[in-house]
Structure formats: C-alpha cells, structure tokens
Design a protein around this ligand. Structure first.
Ligand code: C5P
Length: 406
C-alpha cells in the first residue's frame, strides 16, 4: 500500500493521548514505512522513547543536542531528516506545539524539523476543550491551514478531564487514513474522479423484511481506499454495510438497486462525469413487485411473492453519452467463470471484468481474500490468491494505466 517504503517523521507531544501514538507508529511500521519518532520533553513524561524505539526498530530523537539513544548528533542532521521525509505527522499535537510551529519558533527538535520540512505536514490535535476553543489556538490553526498544513481531527468526545467536547484525539486508525490520503495525493489518479460501488442492495418485502445477499462490501471499500492512495477524488456508493468510510472518500448511502442506479447516474455520468466507474456492488437482480405497506401476517401454508427485475446499472451506464472512460465490472460466478465473464464484458460494454469463482472457500463473499481473473477484450489474466486490498491495488493500477493511455 501507499505507506510502504515511505519515510515518515512522527512527532509526539505532551498530551495524555501520547500513548495512542504508539499504535500509529506500530501500524505505519507494519505497513512498511520507515518511521522516525521525535518526542518533545513533555511527551517523554507520558511515554518513553523506548516504546517507540521498540515499535519502529529505529532510534528515537529526543533532543536537538544529541542525547541517549540518538542516532544523529546535531540539529543539522535533523534538518536533513526533515528534508528527506515524505510526511511529517504530529500526533498528538498540543496547543503549545501548534503555537510554536504557527509562529516559526525553533526551540526544540520538533519545531526545528517542522520549520525546515519540505514535505507535507499533518497535525492531529489533542487537548482540553477550553484550550482547543481558545482564540489563540484557533488563530494558530488558521495560520497553519493557510500555509497548507493539513489537520486530522480533533473530534467531539470524552476528555481525560472527564469533560465532553471538541478537542479529542481521533482514532489512530483514522489518523493513518489521513496519512495515506496526504501521501497519495500526487499519485497517478491525481485530478481524476473515480466512482466505486460496494456492498449488497436491500429490497423491501414489507416494513420489517427485505431480500438481500451476502456481500460484505469489503472489496469495494478496499477499492475506494486504493483509489485514494492513487490520488483520485473518490465517491463510494455503498449499500447497507457497517464499514468505516476511508478518509478522503465521499460516501453515498443507498439501500435499493434503484437508489444505487440513481446515485451512479448522478455521480458517474451527470454533473462532472467520472473518469472511471468500478461496480463491485452485488446488486439484487430482482425485487418484490410491490412492497407491502404493512407487516405481512403469518398464515398457514405457503407464501409467494412476485419478483420483478431490477434495472441493470452497468447497462444503464453503457447507453449514456457521458459514460466514464473506463468502466470495470465484477462477476461472481459458480460455473463457467471465464465464458460467463466474457459474455458480461460484451453485453455491459466493460473495459475490464474482475471475475471470481464463488465456490472457492478462500475467495469471494465475506472472506478477507480473493482469487480473481482479469478478463478484458484482449486477454485473461489469472491472479494468485491475495488479500482484497491487494486485489484492489491491482485493479486501481490497471485503471490508472488505462486512463493514462487514453
Ligand atoms: O450480471 P451480473 O450481476 O453477474 O453482473 C455483475 C456486474 O454487474 C457487477 O459489476 C455488478 O455490480 C453489476 N450489476 C449491475 N446492475 C445489476 C446487477 C449487476 O450493474 N442489476
């Protein structure tokens, strides 16, 4: 993923949320980033450098003047660190650190690094509600924003003081999402709009019951994240699934196939048309002819409901003048995988169809892995078993290359 091989400086300051920075350091390191941690004096009152050293496997910087465990001896070397980094992430950031950076102070290692940094700066504030709302803090945030500094949070929630309010550090997972967003912004899909559909649709039988399917939405959400990693503007049209929206993604919630069709036509064809549409949603092919307004009563014997065909969303898109330059479909098949996929490719006028055999236990619905074939008009490529994230990255690579060539 986008974080792999990136050099990230993680600045940790003296907030009670400093311990949560350990989860960020761990996540980024496990994703393949080189994480250099700089701790302020106050941060070291809450957590020790050893925590971060153990998690990142790299020396932790605690002083401008070189200290115990320092890999580099002088602030000159730290300036170099700031020059080489892909991202300076300050999480958690106190009001004090933001004030120092906003005012160009350079009296400790983190502020020196921020002043000298040539990479994007991302700040995740964490502080008491009063300190966050203070006019001085807000003015400093404005200054930083006008200079291009990005912010991750804070959010409203319970504080260490027991008070509720705005100033709470957002979840480490979400901060990593922000980091991905910033790291990916100059990627191959920069300036491109990508619409992704995900999850099942739900068709009402009555106010209580519905018809749906086993789609988890994971593949579609992974595609949306991979498109953000590549720098795209992403709209994710999702059926009812309980998954967090990736940072940088605009999510449109739909329930029925007809609602999904409307949303796809609005976001992928109407207005500013999308450059690419990736339909990974498992759209219900049929819906009850007429949903009952009242709960259907139990009676003896059988109950039959008439089902009518839903619109085929890809077919509707295929007939539009402003259709996206690249359209990708998914095909879940239980027999004749390639022949059925090729037939869909033709009928739905697709550029690529990602076909998977749903009879395999390690691929398809509701598992973390997928085994797919890329079927185009010209070729069939069999990919090995891989995570849904890895499949998503491959699809996005394919889309990027196709768009670059068009
Ligand atoms: O025909 P089948 O449902 O197998 O085709 C799968 C592909 O078509 C998927 O990309 C799916 O999102 C899309 N589809 C659609 N509208 C439907 C049914 C499926 O766009 N009503």
């Amino acid at each position: 993923m986008i974080v792999e091989g990136k050099r990230i400086i993680l600045g940790v300051t003296g907030s009670i949320a400093a311990y949560k920075a350990a989860a960020i350091a761990s996540h980024l390191t496990q994703s393949g980033a080189l994480v250099d941690v700089i701790m302020t004096d106050a941060a070291q009152r809450f957590v020790t450098p050893l925590t971060f050293q153990s998690l990142t496997g790299r020396p932790v910087y605690t002083s401008m003047w070189g200290g115990s465990g320092e890999g580099l001896g002088s602030h000159i070397a730290h300036v170099a660190l700031g020059h080489e980094a892909d991202l300076l992430l300050i999480a958690p950031a106190t009001a004090n650190t933001m004030a120092r950076i906003a005012n160009g102070l350079a009296d400790d290692l983190l502020s020196v690094t921020a002043l000298a940094a040539r990479c994007p700066i991302l700040i995740a504030p964490a502080m008491d509600v009063g300190m966050y709302g203070a006019p001085a803090t807000q003015a400093n945030i404005e200054i930083l924003k006008t200079r291009g500094v990005r912010f991750a949070g804070p959010t409203i929630g319970r504080m260490a003081s027991g008070l509720e309010g705005l100033g709470r550090f957002i979840d480490p997972e979400e901060i990593v999402g922000y980091a991905r967003w910033v790291l990916g912004e100059n990627g191959p899909l920069r300036g491109r709009k990508v619409v992704v559909t995900a999850g099942p649709t739900r068709e009402s039988l009555d106010p209580v019951r519905f018809l749906s399917n086993r789609s988890s939405g994971r593949q579609g959400f992974a595609l949306a994240q991979a498109a953000v990693d590549a720098g795209a503007e992403v709209v994710l049209i999702a059926g009812p699934v309980d998954l967090p929206t990736p940072v940088g993604v605009g999510r449109v919630k739909v329930e029925t196939a007809r609602e999904m069709e409307q949303a796809v036509l609005e976001h992928a064809v109407g207005g500013r048309p999308a450059d690419a549409l990736i339909m990974s949603a498992a759209v219900a092919d049929y819906r009850p002819g007429e949903a009952s307004g009242q709960k259907i009563k139990k009676s003896t014997g059988t109950l039959s409901a008439e089902l009518v065909a839903n619109p085929d969303i890809l077919m509707s898109v295929a007939s539009q003048k402003n259709r996206p330059a690249v359209v990708v479909g998914f095909a879940a098949e239980s027999q004749e995988l390639i022949a059925n996929a090729q037939d869909k490719l033709d009928r739905k006028k697709l550029d690529l169809i990602v076909a998977n055999d749903i009879t395999a236990t390690d691929a398809g619905f509701a598992v973390d892995t997928n085994r797919v074939h890329f079927v185009t008009g010209e070729s069939v490529e069999e990919l090995p078993l891989m995570s849904k994230e890895a499949v998503a990255a491959r699809v996005i690579d394919w889309v990027s290359e196709r768009l670059a060539a068009s």
